[in-house]
Design a binder for this molecule. Structure first.
Ligand SMILES: O=P(O)(O)OC[C@H]1O[C@H](OP(=O)(O)OP(=O)(O)O)[C@H](O)[C@@H]1O
Ligand SMILES: O=c1cc[nH]c(=O)[nH]1
Ligand SMILES: [Mg+2]
Length: 208
């Protein structure tokens, strides 16, 4: 499976706290942002650098910057918004491309209801953020949409992934690397990830 499971102790610790049944909306939201930031750190680890010169305190100095593409962060509404602030802490200049998708509760098929992408998305590295990758339907619909608009460089950041969803994304979009805080055991009959987090959108927004 083409997925990076980020076994950093801070990630494991924070994700563990998120699994507590009675967790408050405030705490779940805080942790979603914090793990989102840590996943961003890992997902950008291999980006190429270039040197340039600037005027330092003691004359010219060679420094480095990320070469090439700028970023667009792509939260999948609603639950992806819960990770957005944490991701933006590390890539504060990123443009935000919003995609609204919900899963039909009976068929589990993704339903797209909103899209507003950065106009120059073809020149950007897209970081898709969504806490849950379950059947993979919502992630695949988002990747399809980004590619249709010319985006060629895409990474996916999720808190918890099911192996079934990872496999499907890998089959249809082998170029998209997935960064997950955990690859869990699998899906139950209702399409929820086990052990998972429950309904991430409801936990972030305090709805039921
Ligand atoms: O991999 P999949 O089977 O497509 O399931 C994952 C999707 O389900 C959840 O969203 P949900 O439909 O609950 O929408 P919400 O974020 O508005 O709560 C989750 O945030 C993902 O977007
Ligand atoms: O386990 C799951 C699966 C889909 N959406 C969620 O919020 N949780
Ligand atoms: Mg939901």
């Amino acid at each position: 499976m083409n997925v990076h499971e980020i076994r950093h102790p801070l990630v494991c610790h924070k994700l563990g706290k998120m699994r507590e049944g009675g967790i408050s909306t405030l705490r779940f939201r805080q942790l979603a942002g914090e793990v989102g930031a840590l996943l961003t750190y890992e997902a950008t680890r291999d980006l190429e650098l270039e040197s340039y010169e600037l005027d330092g305190w003691n004359g010219p100095v060679q420094v480095e910057r990320i070469k090439g593409k700028k970023f667009t962060v792509v939260p999948i509404l609603r639950a992806g918004l819960g990770m957005l602030d944490g991701v933006l802490e590390l890539v504060p200049n990123a443009k935000i491309s919003v995609v609204g998708i919900y899963r039909n509760e009976e068929t589990l098929e993704p339903v797209t209801y909103f899209e507003k992408l950065a106009p120059d998305i073809g020149d950007r590295l897209a970081l898709i953020v969504d806490p849950m990758l379950a059947t993979g339907g919502s992630m695949i619909a988002t990747i399809d949409l980004l590619k249709k608009h010319g985006c060629t460089s895409i990474r996916a950041l999720v808190l918890v992934a099911a192996p079934e969803g990872v496999q499907k994304v890998n089959e249809l979009h082998p170029d998209v690397e997935i960064f997950a805080a955990s690859v869990d055991d699998g899906l139950n009959e209702q399409g929820y990830i086990l052990p998972g987090l429950g309904d991430a959108g409801d936990k972030i927004f305090g709805t039921k």
